[in-house]
Write a protein that binds this ligand. Structure first.
Ligand SMILES: Nc1ncnc2c1ncn2[C@@H]1O[C@H](COP(=O)(O)OP(=O)(O)OP(=O)(O)O)[C@@H](O)[C@H]1O
Length: 298
């Protein structure tokens, strides 16, 4: 069995407008897991509970095989990197270089050479106070600092928020390089489909405070196809069909999760397939939310 980075069992948090959880989730070590979901679905709350910045009201979390009551011990906090939705105020009055010097004390695996290289590649001004940076510059500093800490667990809350397309590309490349070099487990809450496609191994879908499960990204993206065909075969008799419509000029459009069987069935009935298209991530997520879950990892 694969080593587990974090495991949540029945974890929940009462919020004013909604209960987050109970969440049951197992995150394997060394993979990138994208946390997806609409606004307010509980992504940030989940990430915050994973570093006990928000304490759950119920349930159990196990980090690298150990449970911890209350705030996390320093040794574990030093192994967790975090890029928050909103940067904290503590470092506002110091420069990026001063913040890096401070973090070098805090994180035992801090890599100053890597930090300097990331700051250079992402064009972050090192001698400007953090609260005088633009939103994107500050974000880039936070990303560089989180990577340079070489954490065992890296939590990213919408890391690309505020980045321009060029900076976004550099960020994705930096994460990809970082991922190939070590065994860090990365959880990334994001709304950007390209980020999921290029970085994630697994997808967790949050909806109204609940986790709808976890599936392999490739499975999620390849399993769903839209097929256009010409002929008299009724969509109900085609395997895996979750949606269908009759289009102009006798064409039929179906969406299926069992594409090869569907194609075989159409071929047998001498119906002509005109087009097959992969569903976009947002379309798949809509079906997942509607109850058509992809094959789950666990
Ligand atoms: N500190 C808080 N106090 C009370 N309620 C909160 C707090 N933080 C979040 N909530 C509520 O908990 C729910 C989940 O919020 P959360 O920030 O976890 O969602 P999210 O999926 O990260 O959303 P977004 O995509 O908008 O960032 C929302 O209904 C939100 O209003």
């Amino acid at each position: 069995m694969e080593p587990i980075a974090v495991q949540l069992s029945g974890v929940s948090k009462m919020r004013k407008r909604r209960v987050i959880g109970p969440i049951d989730l197992t995150i394997p070590e060394g993979y990138v897991v994208a946390i997806l979901g609409h606004n307010g679905s509980g992504k940030s709350t989940l990430l915050n509970m994973l570093q006990q910045v928000v304490l759950p009201d119920a349930g159990q979390i196990i980090w690298f095989g150990k449970e911890h009551e209350g705030p996390l011990p320093i040794e574990l906090r030093q192994q967790i990197g975090f890029v928050a939705d909103n940067a904290g105020l503590e470092e506002n009055r110091i420069t990026a270089q001063e913040a890096a010097d401070f973090r070098a004390y805090w994180y035992p695996r801090w890599d100053m050479k890597l930090f300097n290289q990331l700051i250079h590649d992402m064009e972050v001004p090192v001698d400007v106070k953090l609260n005088k940076m633009s939103k994107g510059e500050r974000r880039k500093f936070e990303i560089a600092a989180a990577i340079a800490a070489r954490p065992r667990l890296l939590l990213l809350d919408e890391p690309s928020s505020g980045l321009d397309p060029f900076a976004w590309k550099v960020m994705v490349e930096q994460f990809r390089t970082f991922m190939t070099e070590g065994d860090t487990t990365i959880l990334i809450a994001t709304h950007i489909a390209d980020e999921v496609k290029r970085l994630a191994d697994y997808i967790v879908l949050m909806h109204r405070g609940q986790s709808l499960g976890m599936a392999e990204k490739d499975m999620v993206l390849d399993q769903w196809k839209e097929i256009w065909y010409e002929g008299d075969l009724r969509p109900e008799s085609i395997p895996g069909v979750v949606e269908s419509s009759s289009e102009e000029r006798g064409l039929v459009r179906i969406i299926t999760t069992r594409v090869s069987e569907a194609q075989e069935r159409l071929e047998l009935a001498n119906n002509r397939v005109l087009k097959i298209r992969n569903l976009e991530l947002d379309e798949v997520l809509a079906f997942w939310i509607a109850g058509y879950a992809p094959v789950q990892w666990k």
